[in-house]
Design a protein around this ligand. Structure first.
Ligand SMILES: O=C(O)CCC(=O)C(=O)O
Length: 248
């Protein structure tokens, strides 16, 4: 495993030098992870870290061929969430599958992101088009038992900074996001932005086609994350996020 301690350790400086040598574009604190078979580790602090890897080539080929079929699975209406008891429509389509947490007892002083008040469709079976990705993730770690698909239509779709709700999740489990696009055109790739709750630390990670990013350790307690709006026109993006929930 490569270890990338951010922002000051020697290994990170060496990594930056290597990026320059390969003439890979890197803006200030923007991290780009070109395809590699090796899993990489990004330490956000002593207890929060990210794991970065890629789906194998056969899954990428499958995604290239079936992207529009997967796109057409999005719900007809943009997603709703609950913010301090109010239903709010957000700028993306979203659907959760399998073991989704459906209790709303906390919404007086917190938010609920899996749906609005109607939780009746939060535990659907995963559609066939997405099953290969779910099965791949379960083969990596058999604790994954829940999935959310997010569909981002264009540059105006985004997800606001938030920390993921950990209610109902297995203790110390990770949350993993896979990014898919209609092509490998890097101008369309969105960024996952992570902002520390305790300091000015901020990391922007380019979410390439087929990139898998796991948020691990205390990332949800120490950082907020979001997908920012793009400043230029971009194609669609689908993200599949995988969680590890306590069995009911
Ligand atoms: O679409 C994404 O990549 C972000 C998803 C996300 O932030 C989440 O599931 O909490």
């Amino acid at each position: 495993m490569n270890c990338i301690q951010l922002p000051n350790c020697k290994k990170y400086m060496k990594y930056k030098e290597e990026l320059k040598e390969k003439q890979i574009e890197e803006l200030s604190k923007e991290l780009i992870f070109e395809y590699s078979k090796q899993e990489r580790v990004v330490n956000l602090n002593e207890t929060a870290y990210l794991l970065i890897s890629y789906i194998p080539e056969y899954l990428k080929n499958y995604a290239n061929k079936t992207f529009m079929n997967m796109w057409n699975l999005h719900p007809s209406e943009k997603h709703k969430i609950i913010m301090f008891e109010n239903e709010v429509k957000v700028h993306r389509y979203s659907q959760s599958y399998l073991n989704t947490y459906n209790k709303l007892e906390h919404i007086k002083d917190s938010s609920y992101m899996y749906s609005g008040y109607d939780t009746s469709k939060n535990n659907l079976e995963i559609p066939n088009e997405f099953l290969v990705f779910y099965e791949y993730m379960v083969a990596q770690d058999n604790k994954y038992n829940q999935m959310i698909a997010n569909w981002y239509e264009d540059k105006n779709d985004y997800i606001a900074y938030h920390s993921d709700c950990q209610r109902g999740m297995i203790n110390d489990s990770k949350i993993t996001i896979l990014s898919l696009y209609p092509s490998n055109e890097k101008d369309n790739f969105r960024f996952l932005s992570l902002k520390s709750k305790q300091s000015d630390n901020e990391y922007n990670i380019r979410l390439d086609h087929g990139l898998i990013i796991s948020m691990c350790g205390t990332t949800q307690n120490d950082y907020r994350h979001g997908i920012t709006k793009s400043t230029k026109d971009v194609t669609q993006r689908i993200s599949l996020s995988f969680r590890q929930m306590e069995e009911k």
